[in-house]
Design a protein around this ligand. Structure first.
Ligand code: C2O
Length: 592
């Protein structure tokens, strides 16, 4: 069964969908942390939640007020807690983008006037799934014509197809430093900036395409990879004679109906198509379920102006999205085009892929009753610059893109099979066996020294939980989060490891890694070699945060004191500095 997401649902009732589905599956009136009845308390909870976030905001204001001049002024290495501001466009410099000879700066400079964006007043435009627009000849003709015109614009025109693609390189491959710094790059990945920045980027791209064919209703399609029929490479980008075509792709994946693998790591998944489809749906379901009560788990951690030393933590949606980049791009060399940020947007499928990422955010928001994800001025006021559909350089703030209807677009409503009843728990064969029958091994704690992951020998550690058998209310207030810190990617190649959790037998663990929780992924990120040598690996360390409250309920591990955590390196070269389990304050206590 699949559920249709109805955007006219009230926030509170849409927030219940996942819980209700869970109750339905369990067939009981009450399961851990979830009361199975319809409505009622939800409205009250919602009101309480809103009040709570207002209070939080007020308290922050008070604190900031109390700190007086300290806020925003240098206060040791943390400094400048302020929204990210756009860079000075006249100060674009060489990027870390060897696939493009390190050049992706725009031809224009910083001398243009910057205006506030005049939000469009068009009728609501509907983005449709790529696999369904393929037979709409009229639409396809328009789409191709618009992209053809974009490609034919003078090379220096800000709307030119490759200028549009270069924007992605500028903001992902360190072509700008943040204002008032000379070494903190503007980076739109690995943080809470990721989804809003890409939303605006797509919006302007879409509006420009519409303008080029003089059609105010034009929308780009979305690659509906969260449903079975959409899990192959969209056919509309495959015709070599079409302007939507790009030869720099992994031909094995884009040609013959291969199924996209959301855990792809440059090795082919040999499971059956139906198994890969199930795995993909489960990965999406888990991602929503595990991160529903805390936005940073889904969207990424805060980043503020001038911050240099923070450990970047992307949300699990960004992790899922990376797989499609890797799977579409060439498997070798610079992984062009999709597999490297500097070149990714040179393939038209990039925008179609990101349109679905954007849709996933919209669904997430709906499921959380449309509540603001981060009630934080540093997020809401973060500002970006784009050329709009009138060739005007404009600035836009995150707070104005949270609801796509302000940008006058929405998504066609299609079934969400991952929200339905799919069997995502592993069958634990081990449970029926006696401990004597299992080959149990002693598993140690992580300790204090960083560890290099080894593809042939997964890292297994035992980790204490802060609290077991937590009450429903405690779970509503705090989500249990598995944290892996000081993640250092030590080469410029793509890196990925997957994380599993199981219940140990004392200090012993069986051979089964247990339940898949989520992944860490960094795309290949080549560095320029000013003196001919390549600097290896991103400077910043990363952090991975995975919500496990719902997962532990699903695997009946509520009463475990400790968990066995297994890190399986899938590709690349990675060192990690620690594994722990923490309780973090939720931002929507009504949902788990
Ligand atoms: Cu800016 Cu899919 O990446």
């Amino acid at each position: 069964m699949s559920l249709l997401l109805n955007s006219s649902l009230t926030g509170a009732s849409s927030a219940c969908l996942l819980r209700r589905e869970k109750c339905r599956r369990r067939g009981r009136g009450h399961v851990h942390g979830v009361t199975c009845h319809q409505g009622g308390n939800d409205d009250r909870r919602e009101a309480a939640r809103q009040q709570r976030s207002r209070l939080l905001l007020d308290r922050r204001d008070m604190l900031l007020g109390g700190l007086g001049g300290l806020y925003g002024v240098t206060a040791g290495p943390k400094v400048l807690a302020e929204p990210i501001m756009p860079p000075d466009l006249s100060k674009c410099h060489d990027a870390n983008a060897p696939a493009l000879d390190n050049h992706c700066c725009p031809p224009y400079s910083g001398s243009e006037t910057i205006l506030e964006y005049d939000f469009p007043a068009t009728p609501l435009r509907v983005r449709r799934p790529a696999h369904l627009v393929k037979d709409d000849q009229e639409y396809m003709d328009k789409y191709k014509e618009a992209v053809r015109r974009m490609k034919n614009l003078p090379a220096e025109h800000p709307w030119n197809y490759y200028q549009q693609a270069n924007i992605h390189c500028q903001y992902c491959n360190d072509a700008y430093y943040q204002q008032n710094t000379d070494d903190v790059p503007v980076q739109v990945h690995f943080s809470w900036i990721f989804l809003p920045w890409h939303r605006y980027y797509l919006h302007f791209y879409e509006r420009i395409l519409g303008k080029l064919i003089d059609d105010d209703t034009f929308t780009i399609p979305f690659w509906n990879w969260d449903t079975k029929d959409g899990m192959t490479f969209p056919a509309i980008f495959q015709d070599a004679a079409s302007p939507l075509y790009d030869p720099k792709r992994d031909q094995r994946h884009v040609k013959d109906g291969a199924i996209l693998d959301l855990k792809y790591a440059y090795t082919e998944n040999t499971a059956s198509d139906s198994e890969i489809i199930r795995e993909n749906l489960c990965f999406i379901q888990k991602t929503f379920k595990h991160s529903l009560s805390l936005a940073e788990l889904f969207m990424g951690d805060p980043v503020r102006a001038g911050e240099k030393e923070i450990q970047e933590a992307n949300g699990q949606l960004e992790v899922i999205h990376n797989a499609a980049h890797m799977w579409v791009g060439e498997p070798d060399g610079y992984k062009e085009n999709m597999g490297d940020f500097s070149t990714a947007a040179r393939d038209s499928v990039f925008f179609c892929h990101h349109s679905n990422v954007d849709r996933m955010w919209d669904i997430y928001r709906n499921l959380r009753g449309n509540s603001v994800e981060f009630n934080d001025k540093d997020w809401l006021h973060s500002t970006f610059l784009f050329h709009d559909e009138n060739e005007q350089l404009v600035k836009v703030k995150i707070q104005d893109c949270l609801n796509p209807t302000k940008l006058r677009y929405t998504f066609e409503q299609v079934p969400l099979p991952w929200l339905g009843n799919i069997n995502c728990q592993k069958t634990a064969e081990t449970k029926s066996k006696s401990t004597a029958e299992l080959s149990l091994k002693r598993v140690g704690e992580f300790g204090t020294t960083p560890k290099a992951l080894d593809a042939s020998n997964p890292l297994r550690v035992i980790v204490a939980r802060p609290k077991k058998n937590r009450k429903k209310k405690e779970k509503q207030e705090k989500v249990e989060v598995l944290q892996i810190k000081d993640i250092k990617v030590t080469t410029n190649e793509t890196a990925r490891f997957d994380v599993y959790v199981a219940v140990p037998y004392g200090d012993l663990a069986g051979p089964d890694y247990g339940e898949f929780v989520g992944s860490f992924v960094r795309l290949a990120h080549r560095k320029k070699g000013s003196d001919g040598t390549e600097e290896q690996g991103p400077k910043k360390k990363g952090k991975l945060k995975l919500g496990i409250t719902a997962l532990l309920e699903d695997i009946d591990a509520e009463d475990a004191d400790k968990l066995v955590v297994t890190l399986v390196l899938r590709t690349g070269s990675v060192t990690v500095g620690g594994v722990s389990i923490k309780l973090l304050q939720t931002d929507t206590p009504a949902v788990i």
